[in-house]
Structure formats: C-alpha cells, structure tokens
Design a protein around this ligand. Structure first.
Ligand SMILES: [Mg+2]
Length: 257
C-alpha cells in the first residue's frame, strides 16, 4: 500500500449503511484523525448541508468531524458556478441542502432569466418547476445537473434520484447538462483542490464501483473499493477496470505510518 497524503471518502455504504453503523468505517475515520491525515467526505447527496451531515454523523454514528470535512455535490456546484463566472442569477430545482447553500454563496433567485438552471434531487418537485427550468434553458441559461444518480436505494426499493429528474429536463430542452457529482471530473478536481493536494497524493475510498471507483479511474486518482455496501464481492472478478485495491472491510486498510 502506498502512503497516501489525503483521503476522499464516500459516506453511505462506506462509513455507514443507511441507518446502520459500519463499525470499521468509524474506526477508519478515527485512524485518519489520529494520524492527522486530511480527508474529505465526497457525497453526491445534495439534500443535506455539510453541517447537517456532520451533525448526523455525530448523533447517529458517534463519528465526530467538522462540517468542513464534508464536500457535497452542492458545494461542488457552487464552486463550479463561481469559476465559470457566467453570472449570479439562478433557478434551482432541489432541496434546502442545495438551494440555501447556493443563495448563501451570493447567487440570486431568478425564474425569468437565470444564468444557471441547477437541477438536483427534489422530493417536492412539481410540473411547474420543470416548466420554469425548461423555459429558462431554452432562453439560454446554462443547464447544470448536480449528480447523475438515476436511483436512490431505499427500504421500498429503487426510487428516482437526481439523474431521473435531470433526464426529464434534458428531454424537454434537448440540451445536455453539465454534471457535477461523482463520477464526474468537476467534483473530484474541486475535492482534491480542497485538500490542498495533487491527484497522485490521494485515494478515493468507496463502496460503489459505478460512482466512487469510476470517479477515481476516470480522473487519475487511485481507488479503494470496500465491499461493505453497493458493489457485491461477486461482481469484482468481472469489473471492466480493476480498482487499485479491493477489501472486504476498512479494518484491513493500514493507514500510512
Ligand atoms: Mg456509497
């Protein structure tokens, strides 16, 4: 194992599983803290702010981190729009974890002529919101999709994720969105920059081959697939491109010493 100087870490399926703790996940975070190695939780979930995620980690899983260690697709969207510098006017389909952060970052709500239309997961989405987004993109607004996840696994089964909502707007506008979240380059590049490191110095840790591991493979970042969540052990031999490392539990990973 290489001694990585920073860790990018997925949350659900890696550090906890739905509402259940993953004890090895908690120990892994504590090891990183003890070794004073910088890490960032990189999550496609835009519905919760970093503060809410950190609070949940503390209250439900006894994992104590500052909100600054949580980098959501909402933050990456904001960082992208700031860099892209097209303007400050936005229309957003999303929940508080997306909308509040965008407005707090200095963007202004505009349903008529926004510079950006951002589409993320919104459990209160309505036809009228899709109408507003569609018309604004047709008038020239830049179309951003927060994350490509088509489904969210729940106790009830696979329910529609942000990617499904984004697809509707894509169909209605015949316009391809700019995707921000894993496995896209934008969130990974911004996350590495947040750590103040280079791609070669960090490793992406996650349970989902399609998002976490692809995010590393597509962007020149080493990857650690942990078989505690989404991707089953049976799928490993036939993966199109192997992760740098595959382990059953994060307890098997030795933090650089
Ligand atoms: Mg996961």
């Amino acid at each position: 194992m290489k001694n990585y100087q920073g860790y990018l870490i997925d949350l659900d399926g890696t550090i906890y599983l739905g509402k259940e703790p993953i004890p090895a996940g908690k120990r892994f975070v504590e090891q990183l803290q003890k070794a004073q190695l910088p890490f960032l939780f990189v999550t496609n979930n835009t519905t919760k702010s970093p503060a809410v995620v950190a609070e949940r980690l503390a209250n439900e899983f006894d994992i104590h981190v500052s909100p600054e260690t949580v980098y959501t697709a909402s933050l990456a969207t904001i960082d992208y729009m700031k860099d892209n510098n097209r303007g400050k006017k936005v229309f957003v389909i999303g929940e508080a974890g997306l909308i509040d952060l965008i407005l707090e970052a200095g963007f202004v709500w505009d349903e008529e002529n926004p510079d950006y239309v951002v589409v993320g997961l919104d459990s209160q989405v309505t036809y009228e919101k899709f109408v507003t987004a569609t018309l604004a993109i047709q008038k020239g607004a830049t179309f951003i999709g927060t994350n490509p996840d088509k489904n969210i696994p729940t106790e009830r089964g696979l329910i529609p994720g942000a990617g499904s909502l984004i697809s509707l707007v894509e169909t209605a506008t015949q316009t391809k969105p700019i995707f921000i979240g894993k496995p896209e380059a934008i969130i990974m590049e911004k996350a590495v920059a947040h750590l103040g490191l280079h791609k070669e110095q960090v490793i992406m840790v996650g349970d989902n081959y399609e998002t976490d591991i692809q995010a590393g493979l597509k962007n020149g970042i080493d990857t650690l697939l942990v078989l505690s969540g989404f991707t089953p052990k049976s799928a490993v031999p036939s993966l199109p491109e192997a992760p740098s490392y595959v382990i059953d539990s994060l307890d098997e990973w030795v933090i650089g010493e």
